[in-house]
Design a protein around this ligand. Structure first.
Ligand code: ATP
Length: 255
């Protein structure tokens, strides 16, 4: 069988130092296969961001093993990251921000304009290279951040509440565009507080318990990924049933 993209075995994490000892996460086991779209939901402080930091290689677990593509994750190598704030360089244009990411990814200078155009087209922003980052909307800035995360062609995308600051309509449009990013080779791990967003995006939803976060619910989401208009999907009885199941688990862990 092919190697999982992400494999967490017996993972625990505590934050320690100067009188602080916070058990933040685990123990938990979790796998994401290639093409998987895992959405993690849970109460505030249940360790969702910690989980992403461990998978991205930004933290080492206190116990257990985190493997990405069979090895210890190295920040910035196999993993692209999108945060709640786009964190673009304000002194560079949209194209300049992507050019910087491509340079960082080792793409030769001559190839960068072509790849920049490709990345912008992929996130629905074709031709926006010359714009300043403050001349585009919040949703467009987040699209640039997604394009930047895709610059190094990562096998795995980590997204930490990327749409939390956007208005409802922009958020839905972005969800529709992000859903196909998990394809044959690539997987996504996405953190959100929104149950609707989780059910719409995921092929699997994990609900974490209160701190230290453990798996309270691990629910496959067998909704069609293509061929059904997004609004029909959101309005379907299957969607409502799954949303009800996730919402009940979220309420139970918060109680
Ligand atoms: N660097 C740190 N040092 C000490 N404690 C930390 C540190 N980072 C996070 N924590 C604590 O670990 C726990 C988990 O934090 P984490 O940010 O992973 O939760 P979260 O589920 O992402 O929360 P939220 O939904 O509010 O973003 C929290 O109690 C938090 O206060």
């Amino acid at each position: 069988m092919a190697e999982p993209l992400v494999d967490l075995v017996g993972v625990e994490h505590r934050y320690r130092g100067r009188g602080v000892d916070v058990p933040a996460l685990g123990p938990l086991d979790l796998r994401v296969e290639a093409g998987g779209f895992l959405v993690v939901v849970g109460p505030s402080g249940s360790g969702k961001s910690t989980l992403l930091r461990l998978v991205g290689g930004f933290e080492r677990p206190t116990a257990g093993v985190v493997r990405v593509l069979g090895g210890t994750p190295v920040p910035g190598r196999d993993v692209g990251t999108v945060f709640q704030q786009p964190r673009l360089f304000p002194w560079l244009t949209v194209g300049g921000n992507l050019g910087a990411a491509l340079r960082w990814a080792g793409v030769p200078r001559a190839a960068r304009p072509g790849r920049t155009a490709e990345l912008l087209a992929q996130v629905g922003l074709a031709g926006l290279e010359p714009r300043r980052t403050w001349e585009v909307s919040g949703g467009q800035r987040q699209r640039v951040a997604i394009a930047r995360a895709l610059a190094a062609r990562p096998r795995l995308l980590l997204m930490d509440e990327p749409f939390a600051a956007l208005d409802a309509l922009t958020r839905e449009r972005l969800q529709e565009d992000v859903r196909p990013l998990a394809d044959g080779g690539r997987g996504v791990v996405f953190v959100t507080h929104s149950v609707d967003e989780a059910v719409f995006l995921a092929d699997r939803v994990v609900v974490l318990s209160d701190r230290p976060g453990r798996v309270a619910l691990d629910l496959p989401v067998p909704l069609p990924r293509s061929g059904v208009p997004a609004d029909d999907l959101r309005g379907s009885a299957e969607f409502a049933a799954l949303r009800g199941e996730v919402a009940a688990a979220v309420r139970a862990v918060a109680a």
